[in-house]
Ligand binder design. Structure first.
Ligand code: 7TS
Length: 399
């Protein structure tokens, strides 16, 4: 992971006269040169629309777009390439399932099981689809209560929707076990992988999840691209979420029929250049090696946790034994937004707020917290600078 920072041009700049220390990758990750170059090359040489032309350019654009799909299939170990659907992000992937699966399976009293630590995008779509939410409690450390989870199933349960890793607590949930518990009751499981993809090694067949959702922009890829993996049998039975070009077999004013997977769910011109750019990000992840990435981020997490814990008045929110590189905290006597503002003046980017997890804030009885989130380009020096800046915050507020 040495020198990887040099591949990310944005990280070379100064903020308020200080070198940028980017500790907000759970929000969105920065982009390496290879992604920027792939998009530039695509627009300069190969751009056309996909799946709807017999021109050389259309053929090239389609090939590059479909190559990303194949790469994702390999990385997730999905059984079929057509089980990979491109969306605009995790949010749209979950909304797709809530609408398409929900429309055919939910009735007036349907229940969806979620956890206390869900991002709003794994709460609101189910509410919009008319489901009642049954919520898995968590311990103070931020660990799912598996016994309570098993007791939430009823004859009204239609789906379990659970995050793989929490964007606030960092907790990695025991999703394989949770999927087994749900499947024993014949209930499908959607996994929100927004904070897991590119930070963990994944195998959707081994996990046996029914749906897996994530965003390219959190994995060194461009914004506006997401993925929904779904098992063929389920996707085949689901009606399309969006209607339009590229997803039909035939259209008359009386009735339309739809094409097969995956295009049935990809109406309209997709975000082709960004999907092409994502391929370069995936290649970079592969070349670094997911095990090396995990090791690097784990070492940083350990170092940062130890060092932050020594700061007087600082409390870490989320102390589960298995975590991704996310550390949220509060500092007694200082509002999280003030901390983030002062850190920004020191060139350090973190996020403060409720992190789109208001029910989780309620669980910890806090209005907001500061979050530090790690990626491959972070270093121990970044953590040292963060901790010095936090001591400065304490000095300013006399805490
Ligand atoms: N699920 C989780 C667990 C997330 O962390 C996020 C985004 C989403 C879903 C939605 O992803 P999107 O790409 O569709 O927006 N999380 C955050 C965050 O933690 N800070 O900013 C966005």
């Amino acid at each position: 992971m040495n020198n990887i920072k040099a591949d990310f041009p944005i990280l070379k700049q100064m903020i308020h006269g200080k070198p940028l220390v980017y500790l907000d990758s759970s929000n969105t990750s920065q982009k390496p040169n290879v992604v920027l170059e792939a998009m530039q090359h695509y627009y300069s040489n190969d751009h056309s629309n996909v799946h709807r032309g017999i021109t050389v350019l259309s053929g090239r654009a389609t090939e590059r777009y479909e190559n990303t799909r194949k790469k994702i299939q390999t990385m997730l170990n999905a059984k079929h390439v057509y089980e990979i659907i491109f969306t605009s992000g995790t949010t749209e992937s979950i909304n797709l399932v809530a609408n398409s699966y929900g429309r055919t399976h939910f009735t007036a009293d349907s229940e969806v099981i979620v956890s206390t630590m869900e991002h709003h995008s794994n709460i609101v779509p189910w509410q919009l689809a008319g489901a009642k939410l049954k919520v898995i409690p968590i311990t103070d450390a931020g660990v799912i209560d598996l016994k309570a989870y098993a007791s939430l199933f009823s004859d009204k349960t239609k789906l379990v929707a659970i995050t793989h890793a929490s964007n606030v607590l960092g907790t990695i949930n025991p999703i394989k076990e949770m999927i087994q518990i749900a499947h024993a009751r014949h209930i499908p499981v959607l996994v929100d992988g927004a904070q897991a993809f590119s930070h963990m090694s994944l195998d959707v067949q081994d996990l046996d999840c029914d749906f897996y959702a994530f965003s390219a922009h959190k994995a060194y890829g461009p914004t506006g691209v997401g993925v929904l993996y779904g098992k063929e049998a389920l996707l085949k039975k689901m009606a399309p979420f969006k209607g339009g070009g590229a997803m039909i077999e035939s259209v008359t004013f009386e009735k339309s029929t739809f094409t097969g997977l995956p295009l049935k769910f990809e109406a309209g011109t997709p975000n082709i250049a960004n999907v092409v750019g994502f391929h370069a990000a995936l290649e970079l992840i592969e070349s670094m090696g997911i095990e090396n990435i995990i090791q690097h981020e784990r070492a940083l997490l350990q170092y940062a946790t130890d060092k932050l814990s020594k700061i007087l008045g600082l409390t870490i929110i989320g102390t589960a034994p298995h975590k991704v590189g996310v550390i949220s905290f509060i500092l007694e006597g200082v509002h999280p937004h003030d901390i983030a503002t002062i850190l920004d003046h020191e060139g350090i980017s973190v996020r403060a707020g409720h992190h789109c997890a208001m029910p989780l804030m309620e669980r910890y009885r806090i209005p907001a917290c500061v979050r530090v989130s790690l990626a491959v380009y972070n270093t121990m020096d970044d953590i040292d600078l963060l901790c010095s800046a936090l001591e400065k915050v304490r000095g300013i507020f006399h805490v």
